[in-house]
Design a protein around this ligand. Structure first.
Ligand code: FDA
Length: 392
């Protein structure tokens, strides 16, 4: 078997791996990218409903979860959303801001993959797609990768194989296996940006499948004001996906169903329309089916006037902090990302290189850095990929 040598081998042709390879290639490095999928960037292709929410204008370190909240600052500070927008614009890819700083392609996510591949080609990057990695070894300052009957070696190896969310498109926990092989700590990976499932007393809400309403959802110290969607299994929609990243088993998720309601609004409704029903009053602020379920659950049926002010006041408090007790999540099969991953304590925040294994780098979702919903995760993929690509 012949050993083909490179300056760097990148494992994984997702956003982070391609960005890293293109950056290194354009700096004159000879780079090989290996991926077991036949095509690169499959998560990019399905992202943002096929339009790829490729960055967020409000990118800031506090929108990322990590055991070390400072770790992402360096890479994010050196490669900013505007840098990626400049790249997209140089390629004539039309884009728009949808909401909350989220930038999407006007056309298709395929344009982003094609752009990244083209950047790699400009850097003379070599591709080995559809090739599983059989073995990685390290001796005498070189990493040796056996893939599909070939042997490639390089003084630098970049782990860019992402996290285990959505295994059906080729996602694996391979990054963690490699981390363990090289003695790097892994922060327990958990599914994140994932729908929450309801059971027990909350199962009634599953009957509201398809109903959406704007709420403030809270888990721990995190709070997100966005839409919530009831599903046949539990809770989804942007606000719930966001809090899922912070939620821990056994904890409650609290929901303010009426974030814009003034204090005493139910008592005011009683004064204005005493013969109006509680359901009708609630239905002015939330969808009718949800209003019915909430009124039934609080036990306030019939006319407003038939309820004491104290009962209405208690109902207002309940509706402002409704406690759901999810019994789980829909797991890695449905999670957009993974919280946790290879510990940032093992890595240089400047270069993403493992402190204890010179020449070994980790980028993208494989690292214990996870962004909010809304383009933050791709911005981390680009920024960490560039940081390592400049260093290899
Ligand atoms: P990524 O998972 O993209 O790439 C890893 C690569 O490694 C893959 O090509 C895989 O085939 C390969 N690989 C894995 N195991 C291997 C092995 N053993 N051997 C060889 N190759 C292996 N984010 C965002 O910012 N905006 C958005 O719009 C969305 N939308 C979205 C939708 C959906 C449905 C999902 C699942 C995720 C998103 N995300 C997102 C999250 C985003 O897709 C994610 O954070 C990045 O793709 C992570 O990029 P990486 O390059 O780190 O991993």
């Amino acid at each position: 078997m012949t050993d083909v040598s490179y300056d760097a081998i990148v494992l994984g042709a997702g956003g982070a791996g391609l960005m890293c390879a293109a950056t290194a290639g354009k700096h004159g490095r000879r780079v090989l990218v290996v991926d077991h999928n036949d095509e690169p960037g499959r998560k990019i292709l399905i992202s943002g409903g096929g339009r790829c929410n490729f960055t967020n204008l409000h990118t800031a370190p506090d929108r990322f979860l990590s055991a070390n909240p400072h770790f992402a600052k360096s890479a994010l500070g050196r490669y900013r959303p505007q840098d990626f927008v400049d790249l997209v614009e140089r390629r004539g890819i039309a884009w728009h801001e949808k909401t909350l700083g989220q930038l999407f392609c006007d056309g298709s996510a395929k344009q982003i993959v094609a752009m990244l591949m083209d950047e790699c080609v400009r850097g003379s990057v070599v591709f080995a797609f559809g090739q599983g990695v059989a073995e990685v070894s390290h001796a005498d300052g070189r990493f040796v990768v056996r893939h599909d009957g070939q042997v490639s070696s390089a003084p630098s190896l970049v782990i860019a194989t992402g996290g285990p969310s959505i295994p059906k498109i080729g996602a694996t926990g391979f990054a963690y296996d490699l981390a363990r092989q090289f003695g790097l700590k892994v922060v327990e990976p958990r599914p994140a940006l994932v729908p929450l499932t309801l059971g027990g007393d909350d199962v009634l809400f599953r009957e509201l499948s398809g109903v959406a309403t704007e709420v403030v959802a809270r888990a721990g110290k995190a709070a997100f004001r966005e839409a919530a969607l009831f599903t046949h299994r539990g809770l989804s929609g942007p606000s719930m996906l966001q809090v899922s990243s912070y939620w821990r088993h056994g904890e409650a998720v609290t929901v303010d169903f009426l974030p814009d309601a003034p204090r005493d609004w139910l008592r005011a409704a009683k004064r204005a329309t005493p013969r109006g029903s509680v359901k009708a009053a609630l239905g002015t602020a939330v969808p009718a089916r949800l209003a019915d379920t909430l009124a039934d659950r609080i036990g306030l049926v019939g006319d407003l006037v038939s309820h004491k002010d104290e009962a209405l006041e208690a109902a207002e408090r309940l509706l402002a902090a409704w406690a759901f007790h999810p019994n789980g999540t829909e797991g890695f099969a449905k999670a957009e990302v993974t919280v946790g991953g290879i510990s940032t304590a093992e890595l240089s925040s400047q270069t993403m290189e493992a402190r204890r294994v010179p020449g070994l780098y980790v980028v993208g979702e494989a690292v214990d850095v996870t962004g909010w919903l809304g383009g933050y995760n791709f911005q981390w993929a680009w920024a960490s990929g560039v940081a390592a690509g400049q260093a290899v």
